[in-house]
Design a protein around this ligand. Structure first.
Ligand SMILES: CC(C)(COP(=O)(O)OP(=O)(O)OC[C@H]1O[C@@H](n2cnc3c(N)ncnc32)[C@H](O)[C@@H]1OP(=O)(O)O)[C@@H](O)C(=O)NCCC(=O)NCCS
Length: 139
């Protein structure tokens, strides 16, 4: 997927956060630590630094949701991160983002912390970030 395609999916899917722009996707992808995996109308973008992976953006086009697309893209991300020697994955998710929290929980991620008023929502209000983690099986 190109940065423009990623930005298109994010613009249609994101409700609780301001979606990344094409330029922001392109800048993140230009780093050698970046890791992108895709599925049917879904993507997971993150990075792997030393033995830790982080998910930075994840979305499924609204027309394709609840068909396992994000789960498949995330499984690919986890395998690729493990192949780069990551042993754990972290992410931050808005506390009000019930679909994403439900998704990560279903995929084996557990809350390990909370950052108060971390996000500025599209309407200008603030929301906490939940920090979630999953351990990866060793190679
Ligand atoms: C979160 C998101 C990526 C899930 O994508 P998806 O392709 O619909 O997810 P999947 O079909 O792979 O779902 C896998 C499991 O996650 C859980 N899940 C997915 N969407 C859910 C929802 N809206 N509410 C509760 N649980 C949900 C379910 O357990 C689901 O399995 P099931 O459909 O058999 O019940 C999608 O809702 C999205 O794009 N949201 C907007 C972007 C966003 O908030 N990204 C996260 C930023 S951190």
């Amino acid at each position: 997927m190109t940065p423009a395609e990623l930005a298109g999916i994010a613009a249609r899917a994101y409700r609780h956060m301001t979606p990344w722009t094409e330029a922001e996707f392109a800048a993140t992808l230009s780093h050698p630590t970046a890791l992108l995996t895709v599925g049917e109308a879904a993507f997971v973008l993150g990075r792997v630094v030393a033995d830790e992976a982080e998910i930075l953006a994840l979305a499924t086009d609204p027309d394709g949701q609840r068909r396992g697309a994000a789960r498949a893209a995330l499984a690919r991300f986890e395998r690729a991160a493990a192949a780069r020697d990551a042993v754990e994955i972290f992410l931050e998710v808005a506390a009000a983002n019930a679909p994403a929290r439900g998704f990560y929980f279903a995929c084996g991620y557990a809350p390990v912390g909370r950052r108060t008023a971390y996000y500025t929502c599209p309407d200008g209000s603030r929301d906490d970030a939940l920090l979630m983690r999953k351990a990866l099986p060793e190679n």
